[in-house]
Design a binder for this molecule. Structure first.
Ligand SMILES: Nc1nc2c(c(=O)[nH]1)N[C@H]1C(S)=C(S)[C@@H](COP(=O)(O)OP(=O)(O)OC[C@H]3O[C@@H](n4cnc5c(=O)[nH]c(N)nc54)[C@H](O)[C@@H]3O)O[C@H]1N2
Ligand SMILES: Nc1nc2c(c(=O)[nH]1)N[C@H]1C(S)=C(S)[C@@H](COP(=O)(O)OP(=O)(O)OC[C@H]3O[C@@H](n4cnc5c(=O)[nH]c(N)nc54)[C@H](O)[C@@H]3O)O[C@H]1N2
Ligand code: SF4
Ligand SMILES: [Mo]
Length: 766
């Protein structure tokens, strides 16, 4: 349907989104956006998905005169109810920001001096290819590392690395959810699991902050459950928005959640509250767990984590009474303790004792095409394929992090993720061998990796650094070549697998032509590959050719996807231990009927896992074999000195990580953060609300304004993450607010490989 939209109507829309839009710093952006559209043309609607954060929600962009004028959620995507969050709605503020990168840039001054010359794409590609060839000859291709944020672009970057001969491919995961991934893999042989938030009756969250660390579908799921009367318990040293919506807020001492969860498991077993049938049918290692867990009583845990024994016992009893619709969330950002692997494992075990797997309101295996096709034994759902390409050469040396190299390192991380914070260390120390070149794509380690100064020292030492971003990021500032990518609203892409309880593929579609001399990643990587004589790995001419290859040539499916913005293959999520859900599935796919048992359920996948015993391993044989950590053990961690405070961070609803702080609308809504400090602590130090204070760790110091609040433990301070940007070209965000990673140490947690984002700081008034 085409709708006429007048300029007046456009202004109304802008006003409805937020009055702040018209305030000073955003004005520059507004004029650029207004100049791009007469506002008089007919409106069209393009379906795509958001890239303002990693949640990648399906969207619908309203377009007038080749200009995006409004973004909503895709109205046909049920999990989000057609909604976006504030950042998603501000996507076109990013697109029309005049401070975006406009052309490829080649460094002319010293690293970090900010002297550049504009270049053509040909020049930029030639330069990157010739420097990569040089490095290959001089030090071998393994000396070049490739890192990106995880996402649909990842295989395009990784294939370049692999074709070139480097095993050193990394994503951001070890600074985010990797402990969860590793714990799930140790237990199930796969990390592809989710939580059915919308139907839970009892939900305990240990720092998973649904309403600030936003994933629209998950936030809406939790809200729906709360509306139906579910109980939410928030375990967090801070009064987050999630704590505010919870029935109970438990002010855990930072880094001690493991004690709480171990005691919860202790009560579940000791008081016979666990699901015996589930444990007998599907798990392995219960007797060893039952014996091991005896030592972790609520009374013991109280001393460690500060949550009273009676609360732990009562909450466990309530939780068990609600099973199987009872969940202890295994979290998302998993960086609060060096014993993160043990914590996430203990949480996974708690869920299995509750028997909540594959039931509504519980946890579930992701039902992607591979899972369903393997389960049924035939292709009932079309798999996404990759266009044909030659095999990759075998790299001459192993990865620098030793991921999955037996006996090489103290970690169990999947090589597809790796331990990215080892790159600066390899650059600076040459251990296990030197990294001389780095290709950084859609990733900003100079802001998001701990120990910023050390990261920058490493960037400066590199022989070659190429960065592809949409802004002159903190990392791009140190590059030899900076490549401007078209923003997500300006690019067509292939399909992304967005499966959850049901298989789904989402499609990114161009809503408006690129404003600048910017290209999408699939063209950028292809351009570089061609100059390295590796064009055979990127063998497509148009994006539709690529998309069709993904769909095995099915043009009807492509047409449908372009209209809907996604492809879905099941009407409802499938829960294998729910008779109604299984019946619906077997009706839609008769080939699955033979799998249905006498109770009307399908349980074959639960006893045919990729673990050593093929069952759900409460006792992990892999973790035992490599690290002697078959069962979670409590090791006290020392995160701060006696007279220091814990320093912790988290997401804020209107900014994303190290990404959006310069985006006009979002910057306008929140240009700076405060440092949360408890009134007692503030009083002791003579600090008043609004005073400038300084936090000092053994790594660095940062200043910010005190926000005196009861919403934080007296021994802890908190700031929102991502402020205090160091690239002078991020003019609105430059050096404003606390830069968290200036105070954190670069580290690698045992087994899980994650960094640590909690550290002791001293506080003083400036
Ligand atoms: N608005 C917004 N949404 C986002 C993002 C964003 O940047 N902005 N980023 C996306 C990404 S990449 C991610 S990973 C997710 C993250 O989503 P979450 O993991 O839910 O969010 P965080 O804010 O990282 O979680 C940190 C919370 O843990 C608490 N915390 C700190 N230390 C401890 C501790 O020792 N124990 C306990 N129990 N709690 C502790 C903090 O006070 C904070 O409330 O959000 C995603 N969605
Ligand atoms: N101290 C501390 N450190 C943390 C965290 C914390 O809470 N505290 N959070 C951690 C977490 S959970 C995560 S996930 C990481 C996130 O850290 P990163 O993985 O670095 O991700 P972002 O900061 O979201 O974005 C990285 C870059 O992508 C660019 N970008 C955005 N869109 C595009 C695009 O379309 N194309 C291209 N080429 N570039 C684009 C942005 O401008 C930005 O420079 O940080 C981690 N680091
Ligand atoms: S949560 Fe918000 S910013 Fe993130 S993808 Fe969804 S709409 Fe976009
Ligand atoms: Mo993250």
């Amino acid at each position: 349907m085409e709708v006429k939209v007048t300029r007046r109507r456009l202004l109304e829309i802008g006003g409805a989104i937020g009055a702040t839009f018209f305030m000073a710093p955003a004005f520059e952006h507004f004029t650029s956006w207004a100049a791009a559209t007469s506002g008089e043309g007919a409106a069209s609607y393009v379906r795509s998905f958001c890239e303002m954060c990693t949640s990648r929600c399906p969207i619908e962009a309203k377009v007038v005169d080749n200009s995006v004028v409004f973004i909503s959620g895709n109205p046909d995507w049920k999990p989000t109810g057609g909604r976006v969050c504030a950042r998603g709605g501000a996507g076109f503020s990013q697109m029309y920001d005049p401070q975006r990168l406009k052309k490829p840039l080649i460094r002319t001054g010293e690293r970090g001096e900010g002297k550049w010359r504009e270049a053509t794409w040909e020049e930029a590609f030639d330069l990157i290819a010739s420097r990569m060839k040089e490095l290959k000859e001089k030090y071998g291709p393994e000396s070049m590392a490739f890192a990106c944020r995880k996402g649909p672009h990842m295989p395009f970057l990784y294939n370049l690395a692999k074709a070139y001969g480097s095993p050193n491919t990394f994503n951001h995961e070890s600074t985010c959810p990797l402990a969860r991934t590793v714990a799930l893999e140790a237990t199930f042989g796969t990390a592809n699991l989710g939580v059915d938030y919308g139907n839970v009756s009892y939900l305990i969250t240990l720092g998973r902050n649904y309403f600030e660390g936003i994933h629209v579908a998950q936030a809406r799921g939790v809200m729906a459950a709360l509306q139906k009367g579910a109980k939410l318990v928030s375990v967090d040293p801070r009064y987050s928005i999630t704590s505010a919506k919870a029935k109970e807020w438990l002010r855990v001492k930072p880094g001690t959640d493991l004690a709480f969860v171990l005691a919860l498991n202790n009560v579940l077993i000791r008081e016979n509250l666990y699901d015996k049938e589930f444990v007998n049918n599907y798990t392995e290692g219960f007797p060893a767990l039952a014996e091991h867990i005896q030592q972790y009583t609520p009374e013991w845990a109280e001393k460690e984590c500060g949550i009273s024994a009676s609360d732990i016992t009562r909450i466990t009893q309530e939780l068990a009474a609600a099973r199987p619709k009872a969940v202890v969330d295994w979290g998302w950002r998993t960086q609060s303790t060096p014993e993160e692997f043990e914590l996430r494992r203990a949480i996974v075990i708690a869920n299995m004792l509750l028997g909540n797997l594959e039931v509504p309101g519980g946890t579930f295996f992701q039902k992607n095409a591979k899972f369903l096709n393997t389960m049924v034994g035939t292709e009932i759902i079309p798999m996404l394929k990759w266009p044909k390409m030659p095999p990759f050469p075998e790299p001459a040396r192993p990865r620098i992090d030793g991921a999955k190299v037996k006996g090489h390192a103290n970690i169990m991380v999947p090589p597809v993720d790796g331990v990215v914070q080892m790159i600066p260390e390899a650059i600076l120390t040459g251990d296990p061998y030197s990294i001389h070149g780095w290709f950084v794509y859609r990733y900003n380690p100079a802001n998001t990796m701990p120990d910023t100064s050390r990261v920058i020292e490493a960037l400066k030492k590199l022989d070659f650094l190429a960065v592809c971003d949409i802004y002159m990021s903190d990392t791009a500032w140190y590059a030899d070549v900076v490549l401007p990518e078209a923003t997500y609203l300006e690019r067509d892409e292939g399909f992304m697998d967005s499966s959850g309880g049901a298989p789904f593929y989402t499609l990114r579609q161009q809503a408006a032509k690129p404003l600048n001399d910017a290209l999408p990643y699939w063209q950028i990587m292809q351009g570089i590959a061609q100059r390295l004589d590796l064009g055979d790995y990127y063998n497509w001419k148009t994006i539709d050719e690529f998309r069709l290859a993904q769909l095995g040539g099915n043009e009807d499916l492509l047409k449908k996807a372009k209209e809907q913005g996604f492809l879905g293959f099941l009407q409802k999520p499938l829960f294998l231990r729910d008779a109604q859900s299984v019946a619906d599935f077997a009706k839609a796919f008769p080939a699955a009927q033979t799998l249905v048992d006498s109770k009307g359920l399908i349980d074959t996948p639960l006893t045919n896992l990729h673990t050593k015993t093929k069952r759900i391993e409460l006792f992990s044989h892999e973790a035992e074999e490599f690290f002697g950590r078959g069962l979670p053990v409590y090791k006290p961690v020392n995160l701060k000195q006696v007279n220091e405070n814990y320093f912790i961070q988290g997401k804020v609803a209107i900014h994303t990580n190290g990404h959006t702080h310069n985006v006009p609308w979002l910057n306008n809504l929140m240009p700076v953060d405060g440092i949360w400090i408890h009134p007692q602590t503030a009083a002791k130090l003579g600090i008043n609300n609004g005073d400038l204070i300084e936090l000092t760790s053994d790594i660095g110091a940062e200043q910010g304004k005190a926000l005196v609040t009861n919403g934080i433990r007296p021994d802890t301070v908190f700031t929102y993450f991502g402020f205090g940007r160091l690239s002078p070209d991020l003019k609105r965000a430059y050096k404003i607010g606390v830069n968290c990673n200036q105070m954190l140490k670069n580290s690698v947690a045992a087994v899980a490989g994650v960094t640590l984002q909690t550290r002791g700081v001293s506080i003083k008034r400036v």
